[in-house]
Design a protein around this ligand. Structure first.
Ligand code: CP
Length: 307
């Protein structure tokens, strides 16, 4: 059974296949409108979400399928103490595929080990968010025409930002990637990501706290929110939350073809004045996320012999 728990579950060829399918869906949506007729997606969200849950639901509806699920742990039997393993076994009796978000790192993996249907990690704690990475890859591919030979800056909360960890993992397999890590000292990229991904793949990287000094080098700027829900104390969050606020003046020395991405939600780290800058890609990124999730559902259902 093929699942998507970590972006490395897919080879570079499989990622390209998903990008190609998503592009085809964008061009020919009518050809896909009944592909999942009679199939059910279960969205099991133990943590808040707007984009991921609703884009999964929109994706399944646009494929002609149906959706069941819950959007908070309190409205499921997890509130009575049911385990993730039992939940996965139960949902396997009702649905054809699961998308799960959970605050505990590794929970979707436990679900995958116990389910008899494909499981998709829709975000686990501060660990991974592989379907956001699919959205990010399609956005970069459509903006740049490639996923190789570029300098990508990650700015903000690189410690708890699971989207950052997953995207660095994905990009580590492409040629000519350079990484610039921009964060306050307390929110630096975890050393396991540096050691296991950047050093392991010989990816050149620099660390700095000064966004403006590295701006001219960047082809892609990946802004992130400081993840309030992962902090142990509110005082630290309040001190760090506005470490970076991207305003038009900060783009004065940026490349004219810079692509600005953000997984959203945005709190304060990108000024709304940037939204009308042609380099702002974050709302396109939201839309592309739906198409990549359509491509992903199709692939996993096909591989499970359900289509
Ligand atoms: N990017 C993202 O995961 O957004 P949500 O938390 O709204 O799903």
């Amino acid at each position: 059974m093929k699942h998507l728990i970590d972006i490395l579950d897919f080879s570079v060829e499989e990622l390209q296949e998903l990008i190609d399918t998503a592009n085809d869906i964008i061009d020919h949506p009518e050809a896909y409108s009944e592909r999942c007729k009679g199939k059910k997606l279960a969205t099991l969200f133990f943590e808040p979400s707007t984009r991921t849950r609703l884009s999964f639901e929109a994706a399944m509806y646009e494929l002609g399928g149906n959706v069941i699920g819950f959007s908070e742990a309190q409205s499921s039997s997890a509130a009575k103490g049911e385990s993730v393993a039992d939940t996965a076994k139960v949902i396997s009796c009702y649905a054809d595929i699961i998308a799960m978000r959970h605050p505990k790192e590794g929970a979707p993996l436990v679900a995958a080990m116990n389910a008899s249907i494909p499981v998709i990690n829709a975000g686990d704690g501060g660990h991974n968010h592989p379907t956001q990475t699919l959205a990010d890859l399609l956005t970069i591919h459509r903006e740049k025409g490639r996923l190789s030979n570029m300098t990508v800056g990650f700015c903000g909360d690189l410690k708890f930002g699971r989207t950052v960890h997953s995207l660095i993992n994905a990009l580590s397999r492409y040629e000519g990637i350079k990484v610039v890590l921009i964060s306050p000292e307390e929110l630096k990229l975890p050393s396991y990501v540096k050691k296991d991904i950047l050093k392991e793949h010989d990816i050149p990287y620099v660390q700095t706290s000064d966004l403006e000094s590295v701006m001219p080098d960047l082809d892609v700027l990946y802004m992130t929110r400081v993840q309030r829900e992962r902090f142990f104390n509110e005082e630290d969050y309040l001190r760090l939350k506005d470490s970076y606020i991207l305003t038009p003046d900060k783009l004065n020395n940026a490349k004219s073809d810079l692509s600005i991405l953000h997984p959203l939600p945005r709190v304060n780290e990108i000024s709304v004045e940037i939204d009308s800058d042609p380099r702002a890609c974050y709302f396109k990124q939201v839309l592309y996320g739906k198409y990549m999730r359509m491509a992903l559902i199709l692939k996993l259902l096909k591989e499970a012999g359900k289509l």
